[in-house]
Design a protein around this ligand. Structure first.
Ligand code: IPD
Length: 297
């Protein structure tokens, strides 16, 4: 067990807030210059600020914790791909919600997770645009601090068991694959979640509604908060979910999935049992939870 998790948390929160200042400056600049690049396709975006924030964070971590390994979204993209070992490892998405960042939609965060013995043990998710800070240490609960307020234990209200998917507010994402097969598989899943079960066509569960925050980390944070009942996604990377996994679990939720990332606010739900046809049997759904696992094709 890592004994110094409390002091790592203090360091990580400070770092997240420093990174947040750079993100706020960057958002002003990016919207006036629109200096945006793309990765896999024209909607998989990256900006100079994703790289600048990652460099800032990586340098600070290296200075403070020289023995820790570092996995970051942008350094991974540019070819620095450390193997995941049992050593303490920071796993970082400098700007989760890059598309939101580019458009000025204020659901954007930095996600900083610590993995130890291949298990996420600490998570910090900070949205500087709303000044929302989510934190968790394994075994010590999850907290949300809004503005300069006191940390509030998550979930914010004691969760009632979710009787059925028809009562759920579900977070989903559209992903960046836009070929017909990928997009229709996703939208068919959305139809089965929300369609009218009596229409004889959709076989839906008529969930209350779907939401897309555009940031995997914030979707997980809002599950931990108790406002989303579920978050279902495919193709997430380790840095998208590492911090959020700890935050959801420490709020009493469940994160599961070898084929999809799914977080449920109510631990009595086995999401695979509730929605088997939505979550399984889709060949294009690939596991991207850790950098060295097979990727979406
Ligand atoms: C993306 C967002 C998106 C999720 C994708 C992520 P990025 O991260 O979290 O909501 O659906 O899987 O890659 O590119 O904004 O850092």
């Amino acid at each position: 067990q890592l004994t110094e998790l409390r002091s790592i948390l203090t360091f990580t929160v400070k770092l997240a807030r420093t990174a947040g200042t750079l993100m706020l400056e960057g958002s002003q600049a990016i919207q006036s210059t629109l200096d945006i690049d793309s990765k896999v396709n024209s909607i998989d975006l990256v900006t100079e600020y994703d790289i600048a924030v990652e460099n800032l964070v990586m340098n600070e971590i290296k200075r403070e914790y020289p023995n820790f390994k570092f996995i970051g979204e942008e350094s991974y993209s540019s070819g620095t791909r450390p193997e995941l070992t049992d050593e303490p490892t920071f796993c970082v998405d400098p700007i989760d919600g890059t598309t939101n960042f580019v458009h000025g939609f204020p659901y954007i965060c930095i996600s900083l997770g610590v993995i130890y013995q291949k298990r996420p043990v600490l998570g910090v998710i900070y949205n500087p645009f709303l000044n929302h800070l989510y934190t968790a240490i394994e075994g010590q609960g999850s907290y949300l601090t809004r503005g300069s307020g006191q940390p509030m234990k998550l979930p914010l209200a004691s969760p009632k068991p979710l009787p059925a998917l028809s009562k759920a507010l579900i977070a989903v994402e559209w992903g960046s694959a836009r070929d017909v097969q990928a997009i229709s598989a996703r939208s068919n899943s959305f139809l089965r979640l929300t369609g009218d079960p009596t229409d004889g066509v959709s076989g839906g569960r008529m969930a209350h509604s779907l939401r897309s925050l555009g940031s995997a980390a914030l979707n997980l944070a809002v599950v931990a908060q108790g406002a989303f009942d579920l978050y279902w996604d495919i193709g997430c990377w380790a840095w998208d979910v590492c911090a959020g996994v700890v935050i959801v679990q420490e709020a009493g939720g469940v994160v599961t999935g070898s084929h999809a990332v799914l977080a449920a606010a109510d631990p009595s739900i086995d999401p695979f049992k509730v929605t088997p046809e939505i979550l399984t049997g889709r060949k294009y759904l690939a596991v991207r939870r850790l950098p060295d696992t097979p990727q979406e094709t």
